[in-house]
Design a protein around this ligand. Structure first.
Ligand SMILES: C[S@@+](CC[C@H](N)C(=O)[O-])C[C@H]1O[C@@H](n2cnc3c(N)ncnc32)[C@H](O)[C@@H]1O
Length: 188
């Protein structure tokens, strides 16, 4: 399947299931956010003044974890229906904005973001290595990337190799048996 068709079918799948997304996944996703918050230094290098991108933001569940800690948050997603839900969540904050876009073609200038988060998105991408390269292009020098990889899709070596081939330095790695994902915090 060509990659755009593949992406369109992923977007359709999330559009169709958007109504029950929070009910089905909020608890699982929030456990990942919690694990990440424990290793992030919000008052230091991931802190105030920062411009944050949440790629594949879905219904915007992560916004409330980050909006009060940074200057601004942009949520990007390919699914229109999930993004409509994210838009409703964004209205609770004056510094959160949402944009419909493909994670492989982010519509922003280079080096704009201090931290990029991407929770449970890479398994949907045709070439995850290419997607990480796009993330890297949008992070400031010294910025951070927090990305998760579904254990049932990525073997540990395959997941870690994504960072090595993109010359991204692993700072923290979480492999919690209660989580369905590996979580990596990397420096650019
Ligand atoms: C499992 S959901 C995770 C959503 C959100 N990160 C969370 O923590 O709840 C995966 C998300 O990735 C989005 N997605 C899939 N392919 C994408 C692409 N090519 N570009 C942008 N978003 C994409 C889906 O629409 C969906 O919202």
């Amino acid at each position: 399947m060509n990659s755009w068709r593949e992406k369109r079918s992923v977007a359709n799948r999330y559009n169709i299931t958007s109504g029950s997304y929070d009910e089905q996944y909020a608890q699982e996703q929030e456990a990942k956010y919690c694990a990440v918050q424990k290793v992030l230094n919000w008052s230091g290098d991931c802190g105030c003044g920062g411009v944050v991108l949440d790629v594949g933001c879905g219904s915007g569940l992560f916004f409330s974890c980050v909006a009060d800690k940074v200057q601004s948050v942009v949520g990007v997603d390919i699914s229109r229906n999930l993004l409509l839900k994210a838009k409703v969540r964004a209205k609770f904050f004056c510094n959160v904005h949402v944009v419909q876009a493909d994670a492989d073609f982010l519509p922003f200038k280079d080096s704009l973001f201090d931290v990029i988060f991407s929770f449970t998105v890479l398994q949907n991408m045709p070439i995850p290595k290419k997607t990480l390269c796009e993330f890297k292009r949008h992070i400031t020098t010294g910025g951070k990337l927090v990305v998760t990889g579904l254990k049932k899709v990525f073997g540990l070596t395959v997941f870690l190799d994504l960072f090595e081939t993109n010359e991204l330095r692993l700072l923290e790695f979480i492999d919690d048996s209660d989580l369905k994902c590996y979580i990596a915090l990397v420096a650019c």
